[in-house]
Design a protein around this ligand. Sequence first.
Ligand SMILES: NC(=O)c1ccc[n+]([C@@H]2O[C@H](COP(=O)([O-])OP(=O)(O)OC[C@H]3O[C@@H](n4cnc5c(N)ncnc54)[C@H](OP(=O)(O)O)[C@@H]3O)[C@@H](O)[C@H]2O)c1
Length: 246
Amino acid sequence: MGKKYSIAVVGATGAVGREMLAVLAERNFPIADLRALASHRSAGGLVDFGSRSVTVKELAPDSFQGIDIALFSAGAAVSKEFAPLAQRAGTIVVDNSSAFRMASEVPLVVPEVNPQALKNHKGIIANPNCSTIQMVVVLKPLHDAAGIKRVVVSTYQSVSGTGKHAMDELFEQCKLIVSLQGDKIKPEAYPHQIAFNCLPHIDEFLENGYTKEELKMINETRKILGEASLPITATTVRVPVFVSHS
Ligand SMILES: NC(=O)c1ccc[n+]([C@@H]2O[C@H](COP(=O)([O-])OP(=O)(O)OC[C@H]3O[C@@H](n4cnc5c(N)ncnc54)[C@H](OP(=O)(O)O)[C@@H]3O)[C@@H](O)[C@H]2O)c1
C-alpha cells in the first residue's frame, strides 16, 4: 500500500477551503488523517468531505503537530502568522494566499508549468492568483515554442474570488432586483452594486493606476515564467457570476 498523508486544510469553511476538501475527496487523495481548521467562529461545525462530514477545529499554534501537508486558504494575514509555525513543525505548507508569492525563497508553482521550482522549497510553497494560474498554463507552451514578446490580458472574474460573503451578497442583490426592490441594495463586499453590473476594480488601486490584482498578474507571471522583465499589462474586472473566472 502507498504512503498516506496527514492533511490540514486551513480555511476549511471558506469558498476555497470547501473546494479543496471536495477535490481531495474526488481524487481519492491518500489521506491518513484530515484536520479541517478555521476560526473560532466556525469551530465545532461540520464540513463535507466526500460522503462524510469532518468537525471543524479552531486554528491554533499547535494545530500542525503530526501534519505532513497543510493547504492554507484563510487570507494572507493568517498565512503570515501560522505558515511559519507549521513550517517549524515539519509540515509542508501550500499557501493559496498572496502572503509569500513574491518572497525569493518561496517557490511560486503551477504544477503544469514550473514543477521544477518545487525542488528548492524550504517548507512553504505558494500558488499564484487564480487568474495568473489559468493564464500561465496557456502562455508557457507558447513561450517555449515561439518566445512571448508582450502580454496584454483582460480578466472577467466571478465573485467566488472574493469569498463566500460576496457570493451571498450577489444572491441577495439579485433577489432584491427581481422583486423590484433594487433601491434597498446596500453594497458591502464591493464599493458598488455587483448584481447586473461589472466593476473594473479588483483589490485596491495603487498610485500607478493599476489595482493590486492587476499587479499580481504581472509580477507572478514574470516569476513563474522566469522572465523578470517580460512586458505585461492587465485589466481585471469583477463580473456578476457566482463561479468561474474568464
Ligand atoms: N489563489 C487563488 O486562486 C485564490 C482564489 C480565491 C481566493 N484566494 C485566497 O484564498 C483565501 C480564502 O478565500 P475564500 O474565498 O475561501 O474566503 P472565504 O470564503 O471568506 O473563507 C475564509 C476562510 O478563512 C477562515 N478564516 C478567516 N479568518 C481566520 C482566522 N483568523 N483563523 C482561522 N481561519 C480563518 C474562515 O473561517 P470562518 O468560517 O471561521 O470564518 C474561512 O474558512 C484568501 O486569501 C483569498 O485571497 C485565492
